[in-house]
Design a protein around this ligand. Structure first.
Ligand code: SF4
Ligand code: SF4
Length: 95
């Protein structure tokens, strides 16, 4: 199954734990965790119902970052860092 790029998240600072989104979510994707609503992106179908019902405007659309993308980004950063270290070593050696 292809995972959606768009996910919905909860701004914990705004959430008042009223539970409306939990009641309205057709997928059962939202639960109260540590007194704040939390959306499981693997259960969410992107219907946006919670977004419409939240009286606090605490739910927002976000972009999902997939693990493979993180690995690619980290690999790129590692290569950049290695290049910088090599240049510094050359400078220190006076080459
Ligand atoms: S977008 Fe729809 S399925 Fe996803 S958490 Fe909100 S109400 Fe549930
Ligand atoms: S509807 Fe909004 S304020 Fe209420 S529990 Fe859900 S996210 Fe929190």
């Amino acid at each position: 199954m292809q995972q959606e790029r768009v996910v919905f998240k909860v701004n914990k600072d705004l959430c008042s734990a009223c539970g409306l989104c939990i009641r309205e979510c057709p997928q059962g994707a939202i639960a109260l965790i540590w007194g704040k609503a939390d959306i499981d992106p693997d259960c969410c179908n992107g219907c946006q119902r919670c977004l419409d019902f939240c009286p606090q405007g605490a739910i927002f659309e976000s972009e999902r970052v997939f693990p493979a993308e993180l690995v690619t980004t980290i690999d790129g950063l590692k290569k950049q860092a290695e290049g910088i270290v090599a240049r510094i070593e050359k400078l220190v050696a006076g080459v």
